[in-house]
Write a protein that binds this ligand. Structure first.
Ligand code: MOS
Length: 766
């Protein structure tokens, strides 16, 4: 499991038989608001333009900044003349390595230290060295954005370039195989897989390639920095890691934790890219030097130049099977890019460890070191592209054996986690597959490729499955303030990136406290609130829910104490009551109940406030916990042009309780649309001579637009996971996982052409 190893590191090693069984969350059985459809609470603010994003905060005496990027991939700055820029109209500051304060780089992302969030270990504007094309070499600050942009064009910088390594193939021979933060064991070897493969009755053994991809969140990376003197820093940042950023910024700028406040109530998409990068550090340093508030919004090109995206991969998947289609060997290995100064190993073999039972396994990832902006996390890092290779290979084996691909998958469904042997907490992929196949009309699929035609179009159906690990991060905290008037404020520095966090946690808190949704306010987006971990790894909902559970338990104890001897609940202990119907009631005895307002009034209290931290996520150590899916695709391919039009897409998910069908459907569909981009359109193109990205714009880097997106249907088993808060597992990243393979498999079914390289552009079909 992706983060189990790291959680073990945090918690220390605990033998699994000592762990609590994880009593199911009682709210699973008596939820009211949770599970109901509800529109996003932040929706009206957004459509009315009242939601203030990081670059929209109104500030007096604001200055505006522009970044300047290196045009060479490797070398040194040999000449630097800032005089023309400095004397240009309106210019306040030109920041280069010469006048940048000495600052450490943030510690690289680590799942065992939740305040380590750096994406790059390279120095930030500290010396004349150039390590990748696009690296920040200057920041120009002026009274207006236009003045800053103009002055940036007047900088004279000379470089002595040295030969960079920017071609994947050139560096592959020297690839490393380190243990890395996301892969508990990089090398998995169970049985003798190569030998089993060689003597298998049936086998496939192929290589797959996936390209570089860039982050394309609609909101550009941006921040507004306000220093109050030298010792008080406020940053409005477009970030998916509010509390961790505040901790890191305090350290880098020599401040105490409470001297830094990071605010991010609304984020226009994150997907793993809205972390801590060089631009925040240089902007904050510049604003301090200048003694003025400063705003920096990256250009779209700037995002491509300094925010890393998804690493390219070359993967081998080999499967051996016996005469009945039971896997005897599963081999998944290959290469991705991770510069020595980067932090993201793109764990493409992770999903393959959890999906199928097999007689033997062999998995190993190699990291290629290139002179490029360090790649980073991008929605389902690893699984999104690993599943393309694995699930294409399964489809190839099914074709080879003449077995229906769903049938082949179900013949290899594991009873327990195939590698660790841990029991699944809840696992109904079989149902997800059969329900999805029925709804989709899978029986219409012709086994023989190319058998369905309509004029110039060949039609095909394909499917694939996905797996994404559940995670709940340690250390999430929440505060509950319960007022005498029966209203509650629940606060946590969680991130709302458009996925519905504010809405779903309001629904959750209402049920947890036995209040109507209208009586609850959920505050988030501010590091001054109790710490939440970053929104990442599809973990935020469970992490925040766990914190609210802990706070509600503490509140229950306080209320029982306050209620005293004159209450209908007198004599009951905290474990014998629950929060229900606007008060505290005996479990199993509706007659013994007292309302909050009555308890607080008798105690002479206006309100009561508690703060608590979620329990350690021991469930992750004891159980194999995964969101899983079955993805179905129907498409057509033009004989004349090779053009692919996707006609239908269906996702059938097994992710535990669905907390809000409306926000969940939106998350699933968004992930699946991103999967269409992965399958068909997205590709970052490098000029391999200079390491320069050649398509740094949404005109040239193609993400799916409305015309590319077909009717998408989503459905789910909705079976609660008894080991997670609310019975829910993550849904943010499972949607994209499996889509590329479903598309590729449908292309094969339509045309008989097997494309093993993403994106599947029309030139690959002619
Ligand atoms: Mo994500 S790639 O965990 O934001």
């Amino acid at each position: 499991n992706a983060v189990v190893g790291s959680v073990r590191t945090v918690l220390g090693w605990v033998p699994s038989q000592w762990l609590p069984g994880g009593t199911p969350d009682p709210l699973i059985a008596r939820r009211a608001a949770v599970g109901r459809q509800a529109s996003r609470l932040d929706g009206p603010l957004k459509v009315a333009g009242k939601a203030r994003f990081a670059a929209e905060v109104a500030v007096e005496r604001l200055t505006y900044a522009t970044l300047v990027h290196s045009p060479v991939a490797r070398g040194r700055i040999t000449h630097l003349d800032t005089s023309a820029a400095e004397s240009a109209p309106g210019v306040n500051l030109v920041l280069t390595y010469r006048n940048m304060p000495r600052i450490e780089s943030p510690a690289l992302i680590s799942l065992s230290d939740f305040s380590a969030v750096g994406n790059s270990a390279l120095p930030i504007l500290q010396d004349a060295e150039i390590r990748y094309n696009g690296q920040v070499v200057a920041l120009v600050v002026a009274e207006t954005q236009e003045q800053a942009d103009h002055a940036a064009s007047l900088l004279v910088i000379g470089y002595a370039p040295t030969k960079p390594t920017t071609r994947f193939q050139d560096a592959q021979a020297e690839a490393r195989t380190p243990e890395s933060l996301l892969v508990e064991r990089n090398h998995v070897s169970v049985g003798r897989a190569e030998r089993e493969l060689a003597r298998a009755a049936h086998r496939v053994d192929n290589h797959y390639r996936t390209p570089w991809q860039n982050h394309s969140a609609i909101e550009l990376h941006a921040l507004t920095v306000i220093w109050d003197g030298e010792d008080s820093l406020t940053v409005h940042d477009a970030t998916q890691m509010i509390a961790p950023s505040a901790v890191v910024l305090a350290k880098l700028f020599g401040l105490k934790k409470d001297q830094v406040r990071v605010l991010s109530p609304f984020v226009g998409g994150g997907f793993g890219g809205k972390g801590l990068w060089d631009h925040q550090i240089v902007a904050i340093a510049a604003a301090r030097l200048l003694g003025r508030p400063l705003r920096l919004m990256l250009t779209r090109e700037g995002v491509y130049r300094i925010i890393g995206g998804r690493s390219p991969t070359e993967q081998r998947v080999a499967i051996g099977a016996d005469g009945d289609g039971r896997f005897t060997a599963l081999i998944h290995s290959g290469h991705s890019v991770m510069p020595t100064y980067g932090a993201c190993p793109e764990p493409f073999t992770l999903g393959s460890r959890a999906l199928y039972r097999a007689g033997s396994f062999e998995m190993l990832q190699h990291h290629v070191d290139l002179d490029v902006v360090p790649n980073t996390f991008m929605r389902a890092p690893g699984e999104a592209i690993g599943s393309f290779a694995l699930e294409s290979a399964v489809d190839e084996l099914a074709h080879e054996m003449g077995i229906d691909p769903i049938d082949l998958r179900l013949r290899n469904e594991p009873e327990r986690h195939p590698i660790s042997g841990a029991p699944f907490s809840q696992h109904a992929r079989r149902q997800a597959f059969t329900d999805g196949a029925k709804r989709f009309g899978w029986e219409r699929r012709q086994r023989e490729p190319g058998a369905r035609r309509e004029g110039e179009w060949r039609l095909g159906l394909g499917c694939a499955t996905g797996s994404f690990p559940y995670a709940r991060m340690p250390g999430a905290s929440a505060r509950i303030t319960l007022r005498r008037d029966g209203a509650a404020v629940v606060a946590c520095s969680a991130q709302e990136m458009g996925m519905g966090t504010a809405t779903v946690q309001t629904q959750h808190a209402a049920d947890r406290l036995g209040l109507p949704v209208s009586a609850v306010v959920f505050k988030l987006g501010d590091s001054a609130l109790p710490a939440a971990p970053m929104a990442g790894g599809s973990s935020q909902t469970a992490s925040v829910a766990g914190a609210i559970i802990a706070a509600a338990a503490k509140l229950t104890g306080e209320l029982v104490r306050l209620a005293g001897n004159d209450s209908p609940i007198a004599g009951l202990r905290a474990g014998e009551v629950h929060l229900v119907d606007g008060g505290v009631g005996a479990i199993g005895d509706a007659a013994r109940h007292e309302e909050y307002r009555s308890i607080l009034a008798r105690a002479g209290r206006e309100e009561i406030t508690v703060t608590a931290t979620g329990s350690p996520p021991l469930e992750m150590l004891k159980y194999a916990m995964h969101s899983t899916s079955a993805i179905f695709c129907e498409l057509r391919v033009s004989d004349a042009t090779g053009e692919i039009r996707v006609d239908r897409l269906l996702g059938s998910f097994d992710c535990g309780t669905i907390l809000n069908p409306q926000t969940a459907a939106s998350q699933f569909k968004g992930g699946m649309i991103m999967g269409l981009g992965l399958a068909l359109t997205e590709e970052t193109l490098f000029d391999e001579r200079s390491g320069r990205i050649m398509n740094p714009s949404l005109a040239d880097y193609h993400i799916p637009v409305h015309l590319d997106v077909p009717e998408i249907e989503v459905m789910w088993t909705g079976i609660p996971d008894p080991r997670s808060p609310l019975g829910a597992r993550g849904i943010g990243e499972i949607g994209i996982t499996g889509v590329a393979a479903a598309v590729a498999n449908a292309v094969f079914n339509a045309t008989g052409r097997r494309v093993r390289e993403l994106p599947i552009t029309l030139d690959k079909l002619l």
